[in-house]
Design a protein around this ligand. Structure first.
Ligand code: SF4
Length: 86
């Protein structure tokens, strides 16, 4: 499932630079994740990079955006046709 950023976000922006899919952008009051671009880092890394760097643990999986690993991998391939998944 795609990740989303909770209201705990303090707006530091540390996560945005870490996202390999450029799925994170600055919103009006906090950073936000485009679920159409988030692969939970599948294809790039073993774990979600935004969650790993956030100082307040704001990014977490979105229960409303459930996706299997195969679906996330398919999204990776669609977003990154020139890259080989790791
Ligand atoms: Fe980007 Fe990975 Fe966070 Fe999804 S889980 S928003 S792909 S850094």
């Amino acid at each position: 499932m795609a990740y989303k950023i909770s209201d705990e976000c303090i707006g530091c922006g540390a996560c945005a630079a870490q996202c390999p899919n450029n799925a994170i952008s600055e919103g009006d009051t906090q950073y936000k994740i485009d679920p159409n671009k988030c692969t939970e880092c599948v294809g790039f890394y073993d774990s979600p990079q935004c969650a790993g760097i956030c100082p307040v643990e704001a990014p977490g999986s979105d229960p409303d955006k459930k996706e299997s690993k195969d679906q996330l991998l398919a999204k990776f391939k669609k977003l990154n046709p020139d890259k080989t998944p790791k």
